[in-house]
Design a protein around this ligand. Structure first.
Ligand SMILES: *[C@@H]1O[C@H](CO)[C@@H](O)[C@H](O)[C@H]1NC(C)=O
Ligand SMILES: *[C@@H]1O[C@H](CO)[C@@H](O)[C@H](O)[C@H]1NC(C)=O
Ligand SMILES: *[C@@H]1O[C@H](CO)[C@@H](O)[C@H](O)[C@H]1NC(C)=O
Length: 259
């Protein structure tokens, strides 16, 4: 077979390009993959800024996210204050974390926020949706349908948090208002677990969010995919160990042959 000089000259740049960037090629493939399947990968930190702004304007209710929760809860706290600022954070979810059962209790809370917005002494109101904020919910170990009452004092004071579950199907705004008017924490329980967002051991050692990510990944990655990944890794470790053993055996075999 004969190649003309011109065809070789034409092929050279192509070869060069291929050798230059296997990485670029993988990256392109990966981006293509993400483009196709990205919409199936759930977001760990979804925050709808327009909805949050509308909620703040209409009913003075903040929407919490992984990035804003701490600054939001501390925002009304004045330095040196000794009376706590009370926050009511309602933890809710949609289909993923509440199986679609949270609508009634969630709208009751939203309605309550609208009522409280006109009252100067009412608690600050905030909304946390675990479908949008799985990492934040995991890091607090919070489950939908629960009211978290935060008694915020300036740092480094410890923060008391009281929890109460509400009936998902029967709760109305009147039930929240009654709790407020009674002014008591009867039927609440004081949060003092590992996952306390401010003073728990996980939060103080900065482990709450990493742990939350691990829990989230375990939850999101299907178990068959997990098995595949584990078996892949253990196999490649095994073959690497075998190669090492080979390497160690060879000098001994060579020595035996020399004898
Ligand atoms: C959530 O559940 C409701 C009712 O069960 C259903 O109509 C809706 O399509 C679901 N939404 C999603 C995103 O799966
Ligand atoms: C409650 O308010 C939040 C924040 O504005 C909103 O995202 C959510 O859809 C509301 N829930 C209901 C049931 O109206
Ligand atoms: C919610 O209230 C209804 C009616 O009182 C009751 O049947 C149901 O068991 C309650 N749910 C929970 C979780 O307590």
């Amino acid at each position: 077979m004969r190649f003309s000089t011109s065809s070789i000259l034409l092929a050279l740049p192509l070869l060069g390009a291929a050798a230059e960037s296997p990485f670029e090629e993988y990256k392109a493939q990966f981006q293509n993959f993400l483009g196709q399947f990205g919409s199936y990968i759930p977001s760990p930190n979804r925050h709808d800024h327009a909805d949050a702004a509308a909620s703040k304007a209409a009913k003075k209710m903040d929407v919490l996210s992984l990035d804003n929760w701490k600054s939001t809860l501390y925002s009304p706290v004045k330095p040196g204050a000794t009376t706590p600022e009370e926050w009511w954070v309602f933890v809710t979810g949609r289909n993923k974390t509440c199986f679609g059962h949270c609508l009634q209790v969630e709208s009751a809370f939203n309605e309550t926020a609208a009522k409280f917005a006109t009252q100067a002494k009412a608690p600050h109101m905030a909304y946390l949706n675990c479908d949008d904020q799985p990492i934040l919910c995991n890091s607090w170990s919070a489950s939908p349908g629960t009211l978290w009452v935060f008694e915020m004092l300036p740092p480094p004071a410890k923060i008391d948090i009281y929890l109460k579950r509400f009936n998902l199907t029967t709760t109305t705004s009147q039930d929240f208002v009654k709790v407020y008017e009674s002014g008591s924490k009867e039927n609440f329980h004081l949060h003092d677990g590992y996952f306390h967002p401010f003073d728990g051991p996980l939060a103080t050692y900065g482990a709450a969010v990493p742990v939350a990510y691990v829990l989230w990944v375990l939850n999101v990655v299907p178990s068959w995919a997990m098995m595949l990944i584990i078996s892949f890794f253990s196999r490649s470790m095994m073959s690497r160990r075998m190669n090492n053993m080979d390497g160690q055996r060879r000098p001994a075999a060579a020595a035996a042959a020399a004898r």
